[in-house]
Design a protein around this ligand. Structure first.
Ligand code: PBG
Length: 334
């Protein structure tokens, strides 16, 4: 009988040998982060100013369609494969069912076209949810204080169709209604959009970390109550697996887990259980937290950005949506 080889103990085993020089650290790195891992979320708006700063997200601007196209050029030049669009529309257009969400000549279709005209080779992903377009700030149709699931799903299917028709490569339902992936897939197939990706926010938690985003898209003023009847309870992990399994069976091509760093356990669980592309979203509140600490000189900006993004790769993400995307891509290219 052979005895198993016993690894030597200290002082023969010195794990620090593998960390002693930059070249060996690079050689043995278990994961890598490149610009190809990044998705850049763009907040677009229909206001007069080309670029309007977002107070709670220093360095992030609401962009006109023309500015969004410029950002897409920048993304392409930096090696970022895809941008994701989120809308801030004039409050005067908003109503209880989110009518501007399905306007074929609305802000999001305009931006898709402007981007695709400027940079046909970049991926464009859109947010499919009603919150940017309703006067109550909820992701669905609200009636007597309740979010109506099936009525919302109908609106979302139409919205996804409008985005695909305008040229979106991927639609990303972020609303957490039941059954929306199947309904959207059927609407896309029925209209000949066989190649449009559905990237489902399959595990999306009701989170305080979306605060700055709601300011950016202009839904925070109007939002009444919280989103706990549709977004997930942060106490739960098994539930994320059930949500993901359903969305895959309904026709999702890829998944998003959201928020990001506080939910790395969910990301790891999902990516190890389902071998399907899984993205994470480093959301607005995470960005704002880091930016605030950076502004105070409490965190080293470049190092904190790269370390936080790398963590997603280590936890199993195929890629990350992050407001730091262009900055990170520049650092990675340098
Ligand atoms: C809306 C939506 C939200 C985010 C993306 N899409 C907010 C919410 O659900 O209230 C958050 C993004 C961020 O915080 O960066 N369905």
């Amino acid at each position: 009988m052979t005895t198993p080889f016993a690894p030597a103990a200290f002082p023969y085993a010195r794990p620090r040998r593998l960390r002693a020089q930059p070249w060996v650290r690079r050689l043995v790195a278990e994961t890598t982060l490149t610009p190809a891992d990044l998705i850049w979320p763009l907040i677009v708006h229909d206001g007069d100013e080309p670029r309007q700063p977002v107070a709670s997200m220093p360095g992030v601007f609401r962009l006109s369609p023309a500015e969004a196209a410029k950002a897409a050029v920048e993304a392409r030049d930096l090696g970022i494969p895809m941008v994701a669009l989120f809308a801030n529309v004039n409050d005067g257009l908003k109503d209880t069912v989110g009518t501007p969400a399905t306007d074929p000549d609305g802000l999001v279709p305009d931006c898709i076209k402007a981007i695709k005209d400027a940079v046909p080779e970049i991926g464009v992903m859109t947010d499919v949810a009603l919150d940017c377009f309703t006067d109550h700030g909820h992701d669905g149709v609200l009636q007597d204080g309740k979010i109506l699931n099936d009525d919302t799903v109908e609106r979302l299917s139409e919205m996804a169709f409008i985005h695909a028709h305008a040229g979106a490569d991927a639609v990303a339902p972020s609303d957490m209604m039941d059954g929306r992936i199947q309904a959207i897939r059927e609407a896309l197939e029925a209209n000949g959009f066989h190649d449009t990706l559905i990237i489902s926010y399959a595990a999306k938690y009701a989170s305080a970390f979306y605060g700055p985003y709601r300011d950016a898209v202009g839904s925070s003023k109007s939002l009444s109550g919280d989103k706990k009847t549709y977004q997930m309870d942060f106490a739960n992990a098994d539930e994320a697996l059930r949500e993901v399994a359903m969305d895959i069976s309904e026709g999702a091509d890829a998944l998003i887990v959201k928020p990001g760093l506080p939910y790395l356990d969910i990301l790891k669980l999902v990516s190890e259980t389902f071998k399907i592309p899984t993205f994470s979203y480093q959301v607005s509140g995470e960005y704002a937290m880091m930016k605030a600490a950076i502004a105070n000189g409490w965190l080293d900006e470049d190092r904190a950005i790269l370390e936080s993004l790398h963590a997603f790769k280590r936890a199993g993400a195929s890629g990350v949506l992050s407001y730091f995307a262009p900055q990170a891509a520049r650092l990675l290219g340098a």
